[in-house]
Structures are given as structure tokens and as C-alpha cells.
Ligand binder design. Structure first.
Ligand code: IMP
Length: 193
């Protein structure tokens, strides 16, 4: 079965292929002639994931899914949340985002945070949402070189290492996106796809 995944990120694509298995031919927007970025202008992760999936469904008519992720820090009232990619600047400047996060948490003893991913699936014209979360805390300083984004600062609950100090397999077993994608995979397999 063909399924379009709203990503240009090779890492996410490989992860999704591994989780969904051989029964699915995963296509990217580029494979379907869609090279522009789908709009992402909603105030929630759910809204953005659905907006991206609906856009691609309209453009291609294919069954498809899209994901959106945010880092929600308790002491910052859930920020950066849906603004995680553009927290410090207009671009995806991971180092600037991490510096700003540490600055905003200076002197703060509550370091609790969680990553949350929402996946929106459009299958046979019907919409479905899947969520995956991982609880943890924001370290006092960055550690590790693996991964991307806030990985050097995020220590998942029960671990003394940040995501950036873990192998990709270790991180995927625990991560927000891994959990949301496994829920998507279970749903698709349960639906006989
Ligand atoms: P996206 O919705 O997957 O593009 O994620 C939005 C932003 O959240 C990214 O630009 C990263 O800053 C951050 N982010 C998403 N997933 C992760 C992750 O697994 N580790 C660290 N940061 C992440």
C-alpha cells in the first residue's frame, strides 16, 4: 500500500519505514511532485499536523500522514511548545534555541519538560490523530552530539543521559515520535493495511 509521509527529513523517513514495515511503500512529497513546504500556521500541534496532512491529501489524493512536535517546559507554561522550531530565531537554529531555553530557565529549580508528537493520518478520506509523549527534564548544560534540536538538553525520565548521548535506537525506543509512530503503525496493521 502507498502512503505519503509529509517530510523531507531523511532521518524521519528511515525511522517511519523501519516502524511501518514492508507492506507500505512510503512516498515523500517530492516523490509526488510537491516541493513547496505545506503550511504550518495553526496554534496547536494537532492543528499543524492536520493542516499539513490535509494540504498533501488535497494536492495528491493519496492516503497520507504528517507529524508535528513540540517541547513543553512546565516552568515556562508549556513553551516553546508549538513554536519549538522557531523559538529563538525565524530559522531552525538549534543552538540559539538551546541557549535561549537555558537562559529562560536560569535560577529555575523546576526543570520538568516533555516532548509531545502528534501524527495526523488521512486514510480513505477519514482523519485520525495519534499522540506520543516522553516526560523528562532540561539539563543545566548541553551534553552529547547525537540527534538534533533540543536533544543535548533533554534527559528522559529514568535516565542520567540526554537524548544526544544515546544511540538512535535507544532514543527511538523512548521518544515521543517513536511512540506516536508506533501507535500509527498499530492502527494501520489493525485496520488490515
Ligand atoms: P518538527 O515538528 O518535527 O519539525 O519539530 C519541531 C521542532 O521541535 C524541531 O525543529 C526541533 O527543534 C524540536 N524537535 C522535534 N523533535 C525533536 C527531537 O526528537 N529531539 C529534539 N528536538 C526535537
Amino acid at each position: 500500500m502507498k502512503l505519503l509521509f509529509a517530510t523531507h527529513n531523511a532521518h524521519k523517513l528511515a525511522e517511519a519505514r523501519a516502524l511501518l514495515g514492508d507492506r507500505f511503500t512510503l512516498l515523500t512529497p517530492h516523490d509526488c511532485g510537491v516541493d513547496e513546504e505545506p503550511p504550518e500556521t495553526q496554534p496547536t500541534l494537532e492543528g499543524n499536523a492536520l493542516q499539513k496532512a490535509r494540504y498533501l491529501h488535497r494536492r495528491t489524493g493519496l492516503d497520507c500522514f504528517a507529524d508535528d512536535t513540540g517541547l513543553e517546559v512546565e516552568a515556562l507554561g508549556g513553551a516553546p511548545g508549538v513554536h519549538s522550531a522557531r523559538y529563538a530565531t525565524d530559522g531552525h537554529d538549534f543552538e540559539a534555541n538551546n541557549r535561549l531555553l537555558l537562559r529562560n530557565l536560569e535560577g529555575q529549580s523546576n526543570r520538568r519538560a516533555r516532548f509531545r508528537t502528534v501524527v495526523a493520518l488521512i486514510l480513505g478520506g477519514e482523519e485520525h490523530l495519534f499522540e506520543g509523549c516522553v516526560e523528562g527534564c532540561i539539563a543545566e548544560r548541553p551534553a552529547g552530539d547525537a540527534g538534533f534540536g533540543y536533544d543535548p538538553l533533554f534527559r528522559p525520565e529514568g535516565s542520567d543521559r540526554t537524548f544526544a548521548q544515546m544511540s538512535a535506537d535507544e532514543k527511538n525506543a523512548l521518544s515521543h515520535r517513536g511512540r506516536a509512530m508506533r501507535r500509527l503503525a498499530e492502527y494501520l496493521h489493525g485496520a488490515g493495511k
